[in-house]
Design a protein. Sequence first.
Length: 334
Amino acid sequence: MIDTACPFPFAVSPHVHRARQRLAVWTRDHGLIRSPQARERFERADFAWFAGLVHPTAHAEALDLMAEWFAWLFLVDDQLDDGPLGRSPERMTQAVALMRDILDDGTALSATGDALASPVASALADLWHRTAGRMSAAWRRRFVHHLEQCLTTATVWEAQNRVSGAVPSEETYIANRRHTGAIYVCMDLVEFVAGVEVPAECHRSPAFRTALDAACDVVCWVNDVYSYAKERALGEVHNLVHVVGHHRSWDEHRARKEVCAAVSARTDAFLTAEEALRRNHPGGAPWMEPCLAGMRSWMRGNLDWSRRTERYTSGIRESGASAHVEPALMEAGR
């Protein structure tokens, strides 16, 4: 298999074992993992180790929370990509509306009433309660906007493509991939872990946006390289290797090679933007180095996890490739 390279050093948190134990309890308490098959697959993915790779310097409690956020995001992703809900825009629109209510400023910190109608909604209320209180109103608005973009793009755009059988253009796919991959959401959480916030004017600056988008592309495209076999086994078209091969009439080997080359180019673009940011802030800024370090850790950690996790290899040849998906997680009456 053609591999991707990364110029950033390997690092992992010393708190992974604790995060793994606490994640098992958290998913059980919220009813997120029910069947033995789903539990086995979840444990093979090892989201606590993933959190430890992309947040190697996080303190123990922050790492616990990041592992839980990642588990929640990936479980929702499974509902959309692998299960029947991802082919039912109407049902997913209702589920997303409930999630928006939870994240609304008026109800974000009081998970009551309908917010507890499903395991996924209950877990989101818990995560948001433990995250939002430590961040400013501006950061919360940005995070909510990014999560809404993620959920809306996944439930509307991807679902419509699946129903119609359409393969998006390369340009459209690349732009939407940053949303469906929840990577803007995850990059916002870098600030939470580091205890800093990027001012709005800096977050909108060309140098920061270039660095951010380049890092996001690297993470998403590496994910596509390693998840290609699993996704194609399920008939999924939302994968850059498949999109490139489809529109250029290339075989998998050539398309994968092209995407790996694009990953290297985007890594170089990040490094160039990183230097531009430092030139623009010669005196330094409290948020700059922690955020850049977080982007680098995300690019390297995601690669290390993708190379070794069984999430993209276990079960892809089995007849019930999507049997791990539990649609009841998104529905009321748990």
